[in-house]
Ligand binder design. Structure first.
Ligand code: PAF
Length: 320
């Protein structure tokens, strides 16, 4: 909930001091992680762009709940902003689910072009009808599998592994075709579940694996790149509707800068993280047989085409 600070007292107004509004922003990982870098950039930008009339209070490390809970809070107006993956977002804005299809995006360049182009823009627009203001697509990254049982080189190796997934049916339907036993769970419960062996593994991008210190509880990492995980900065409409047109521009531009900074941190973690995780004791399979996963998932694509429309999937794949 936005909090106008006491500067708006009569005496302050008389002195020409402007009221300051503190916006609460929540995100799932640490302040040093990609989400932290993106969120802090956004906060610095709105502070300088509005000459201190808007500032943030940051709540990292899922302090305000899992991503689903934070999105719900933004929709209700009890939280002002969230920097979240799309994992649970499809439960609020169904059209967004399409971007969670495994093996939909070829690489970072392709994914970023789609999210920043007409398709991503249309999805941001769809959010308005659902009581959410999508400011810009940030980024979580391509997801990879970790587990404590065996190295995964081909799809068959994943068979029978109990893996924590996001609460996302599009992911789960795809992963079932690899023979995985998907176990949906909110992220804040995951470290303990891995530590206690409630699940054998999980899948997340390198920046998350690093920031969450999964090397302490997982032996194997396979660079499966099996799905791109977009992220997004979402603002509550209560705040948006109070902003002047000029401040709306500042917020949008700040979100773009946040996206650039967050994506750069994803790039840096991808470039440097594997060596760090190896040093921390993980066995890393870099040469994964991606074709075996793509073949396994073919039947799920028939269902995705029914749900999202074959043309819409092809339109994403066709972006160069
Ligand atoms: O696995 C998840 O739930 C997400 O990837 C995470 C770590 C919350 C970041 O968006």
């Amino acid at each position: 909930m936005m909090v106008p600070v006491a500067a708006a007292t009569l005496s302050a107004v008389a002195m020409g001091v402007q009221a300051q509004t503190v916006l609460k922003i929540g995100y799932p990982t640490s302040p040093q992680s990609h989400y932290g870098v993106g969120s802090s950039t956004f906060c610095e930008e709105i502070k300088s762009g509005t000459e201190g009339r808007y500032v943030c209070e940051e709540f990292p490390n899922s302090a305000l709940g899992g991503e689903r809970e934070m999105i719900e809070s933004v929709q209700l107006g009890t939280l002002d902003l969230v920097n979240t993956s799309t994992g649970p977002l499809g439960n609020f804005v169904p059209s967004v689910k399409i971007v969670d299809i495994p093996f939909l995006f070829r690489d970072y360049d392709h994914a970023r072009k789609v999210m920043d182009g007409d398709i991503g823009e249309k999805l941001l627009d769809d959010m308005q009808e659902r009581g959410l203001v999508g400011l810009a697509w940030t980024e979580n990254g391509f997801r990879h599998m970790t587990n404590s049982v065996r190295p995964i080189v081909k799809a068959d190796d994943a068979k029978g592994l109990k893996m924590r997934t996001m609460e996302n049916k599009v992911h789960m339907d795809g992963y079932k075709t690899f023979g995985i036993l998907p176990t949906p769970m909110a992220f804040p419960e995951l470290f303990t579940a891995l530590q206690q062996g409630t699940v054998d593994g999980q899948e997340n991008p390198i920046p998350v694996i690093l920031a969450s210190k999964f090397s302490q509880v997982q032996d194997h990492l396979s660079l499966t790149n099996h799905v791109y995980s977009p992220a997004i900065l979402i603002l509550s409409p209560q705040v948006w509707n109070e902003l002047s047109d000029a401040d709306k521009k500042v917020f949008k531009a700040a979100a773009q800068k946040a996206a650039t900074a967050q994506r750069k941190k994803v790039n840096d973690d991808e470039a440097n993280g594997i060596a760090i995780l190896r040093k921390d004791g993980m066995q890393v399979v870099e040469q994964v047989d991606g074709e075996s996963f793509r073949q396994a998932i073919t039947p799920a694509y028939a269902d995705y085409a029914k749900e999202f429309g074959a043309d819409n999937i092809r339109a994403i794949q066709a972006v160069q």
